[in-house]
Design a protein around this ligand. Structure first.
Ligand SMILES: C[S@@+](CC[C@H](N)C(=O)[O-])C[C@H]1O[C@@H](n2cnc3c(N)ncnc32)[C@H](O)[C@@H]1O
Length: 323
């Protein structure tokens, strides 16, 4: 057994949770791509980010899932696992299959103008998902916030994108669960330390926004991160709404099936979400916080982005002003 193999074996499999999936995924992507893109970008943050993002789109991380029963049978079960079993420590980066719809001409045909005066007016069919989201967040960020916070930010892709696209000179806060995501965000930040970015640990299951003490007007957003938590705490949004005197929040997440339950698309989405142990209660918990007078939901667009795909993204926007 080589030294590398024996080190890996010592670490052993870890419980198969969505959090641990990302712990391994950000680490694998960081190890495989960061130094390469830093060199190719001559240390320029925005160029490095652009190169890193395109590698991320080109390669998928494949992790080895070991179902609980199989782990027990093979004597691999170290105890303390999740009902799903374990994740092996090996991560493979495999080229993502190209879909016919990814051909450049088709991309142009499918992108629709959807943002009007900073608001989403209709649904969007877009392959340029990240750029679409980044431009929208950059526009919204310009409204005089003294902090822009992403909860579950990964390596901070969206925050760096807002900054690189000319976002405001204000506090940026990247709140992330995984140590590997925070570490990678720190490496990107080191390329442009003039960016006023703070990196903090954060868990949606036990939200603590005390890092915002003293802030007055805050933009909070989440992007495909709340779905990683099967059940958000009942008072999740109460905590977010109490984080500062003025809070505006945006959530991009597949929750359409939680509101419109009957269509076959919704039933398919619900089955997919359940299988992945993704979030089942955002809509309920959000509306309950609204009923308690903690916040007002200002906009909800179901299946706002790529409505024809199997797992479309919905958008919810709320603030904590009195209705
Ligand atoms: C699909 S990635 C999205 C990352 C980033 N928001 C983006 O759009 O590029 C999901 C992120 O949610 C994070 N996450 C998973 N469970 C979490 C939890 N309990 N608390 C906070 N973040 C979590 C993952 O570590 C990962 O960084």
């Amino acid at each position: 057994m080589s030294r590398r193999e024996s080190d890996r074996a010592k670490m052993g499999p870890i419980p198969w949770t969505n959090e641990n999936f990302y712990e391994l995924a950000w680490r694998a992507r960081g190890l495989a791509f960061f130094e390469r893109v830093k060199e190719a970008a001559n240390g320029n943050l925005c160029r490095a980010l652009g190169l890193f993002n395109s590698l991320n789109e080109e390669y998928m991380v494949a992790l080895e899932g070991i179902p609980a029963a199989a782990a027990k049978k093979s004597g691999l079960d170290p105890g303390g696992g999740s009902p799903r079993g374990y994740l092996g420590m090996n991560a493979k980066l495999a080229r993502a299959p190209r879909k016919a719809g990814d051909r450049p001409a088709e991309i142009l045909e499918r992108v629709e103008a959807v943002v009007d005066k900073g608001k989403i007016r209709k649904t969007a069919v877009t392959r340029g998902y990240n750029a679409f989201v980044a431009n929208w967040l950059r526009d919204v960020s310009g409204a005089g916030f003294d902090a822009i916070v992403e909860l579950g930010t990964g390596y901070g892709q969206n925050l760096f994108e807002i900054y690189c696209r000319g976002g405001p000179k204000t506090r940026y806060i990247g709140a992330e669960y995984t140590a590997s995501g925070r570490e990678l965000m720190g490496k990107f930040h080191a390329l442009d330390p003039a960016m006023p970015l703070e990196i903090v640990a954060f868990d949606h299951k036990a939200p603590d926004l005390s890092f915002l003490a003293g802030a007055e007007k805050v933009l909070l957003f989440t992007c495909h991160s709340l779905e990683q938590v099967e059940r958000l705490p009942e008072r999740f949004f109460d905590v977010l709404a109490a984080a500062a005197p003025e809070v505006t929040a945006i959530h991009l997440k597949p929750f359409g099936f939680q509101i419109e339950k009957k269509s076959s698309a919704s039933r398919k989405q619900a089955a997919f979400i359940k299988k992945k142990f993704y979030n089942m209660n955002l809509a309920k918990v959000l509306r309950a916080a609204e009923k308690r007078g903690k916040l007002a939901v200002r906009m909800m667009v179901l299946n706002a982005i790529n409505p024809d795909e199997s797992n479309p993204t919905s958008i919810a926007v709320w603030d904590n002003r009195r209705p």
